[in-house]
Design a protein around this ligand. Structure first.
Ligand SMILES: [Fe+2]
Ligand SMILES: [Fe+2]
Length: 358
């Protein structure tokens, strides 16, 4: 087990406005896609199911949920030191990824309005939810005298292009992993209320139901497109995206171990639980899932995280660029080696077991 990093002091863009974290492979990204390809998806085979999910989204069960109650109305100066820095970092990452969902969904709903009204409605309702989530998190940052300038982020962040099929795979996974992340944290704090140092955590139970519904919409969309699950190429892509999402999760959770420890969560156990649950859930949508019970599975992921912490240390050192590069190269190759070996662990066929997984 490697030591975890100290969270740096937040940098300011202007007074009270936090400078966005530097973009790396591990920071939440903003996405754009081939909107024409999404508009042209033939959803007729699963239209009734999709319509039922869109009706659920329209019902807006959490309409009155995201209201700050009186518990928020106090000073939070007692949360200090590493706990405060790590919590602000958690709020910022969560706010950025919720906002990234909002931007993508909003753009999809705008571009599909005329050509695919059912999907446009779905994206519009999901954008509504993500805007609420991001806004609620940004208000929480305000309690710590900071906020994110979301308009500035919209204009200045790099947008990564993903083809429509990749968007369906990755957004499905990020909604479902988001669900498990929030609900596991919520259930833990429900059992240990003395560790709940800020009221936000109490909102996660209904909040994560939004993510669950978003995930269900993407599952129905994915299953309506046989080319996304009924061939060998799809099976290879699915393994790739499952592994990418699980590796990123492991690296980011273990890099921010101090946040999880501040609410009494063992970050290693949390990471394993979130990944196992997400993997099991993915069997309902994907043709294959990963074998997380393989003895090498979490061992190699955690080794990648140890190496990642060493890479961060090198990055933060004062060595000249070339020295940093030469020290980093074998470590990066070693991460790639671990990931390749993880990729080739025999997956589990979900087409035969889907019915058995609840
Ligand atoms: Fe969300
Ligand atoms: Fe969501």
């Amino acid at each position: 087990m490697a030591k975890s990093l100290q969270t740096p002091e937040p940098e300011l863009q202007k007074p009270g406005v936090k400078a966005p974290v530097q973009e790396t492979l591990l920071t939440p990204r903003f996405y754009t896609t081939n909107f024409d390809a999404v508009a042209q998806l033939d959803i007729s085979a699963h239209e009734a199911q999709l319509r039922a999910i869109v009706d659920e989204l329209r019902a807006d069960y959490n309409r009155h949920h995201f209201v700050r109650d009186s518990e928020f109305g106090q000073s939070w100066e007692q949360i200090d030191g590493e706990t405060r820095r790590a919590f602000i970092d958690f709020l910022e990452r969560s706010c950025t990824s919720e906002f990234s969902g909002f931007l993508l969904f909003k753009e999809l709903s705008r571009k599909l309005k005329e050509r695919n009204p059912l999907l446009a409605d779905a994206f519009n309702f999901m954008a509504r939810d993500e805007a609420r989530h991001a806004g609620f998190l940004n208000k929480a940052m305000g309690d710590f005298n900071l906020s994110l300038d979301l308009g500035y982020l919209t204009r200045n962040r790099t947008y990564t292009f993903f083809p429509a099929e990749w968007v369906i795979y990755t957004v499905y996974l990020s909604e479902k992993i988001g669900y498990w992340r929030y609900i596991i944290m919520f259930r833990h704090l429900e059992k240990h209320p003395e560790l709940k140092f800020y009221p936000l955590f109490g909102y996660f139970e209904s909040w994560c139901q939004d993510e669950n519904r978003h995930g269900d919409f993407f599952k129905a969309l994915l299953r309506s497109q046989p080319q996304l699950w009924n061939n060998w190429k799809a099976r290879l892509w699915v393994r790739f995206f499952l592994l990418s999402v699980f590796a990123t999760h492991t690296l980011t959770v273990l890099e921010r171990a101090s946040f999880y420890r501040s609410i009494g969560i063992n970050p290693y156990e949390y990471n394993i639980q979130v990944i196992e649950k997400t993997n099991e859930t993915a069997a309902r949508a994907f043709p294959v899932i990963l074998n997380t019970e393989h003895p090498e599975f979490f061992r190699r992921l955690e080794e990648c995280s140890d190496i990642n912490l060493k890479l961060t240390e090198i990055n933060d050192s004062n060595s000249p660029k070339i020295v940093k590069f030469l020290r980093k190269l074998p470590l990066i190759l070693s991460i790639i080696g671990h990931l390749l070996r993880l990729y080739f662990i025999k997956p589990i066929d979900a087409e035969v077991s889907r019915q058995a997984v609840c």
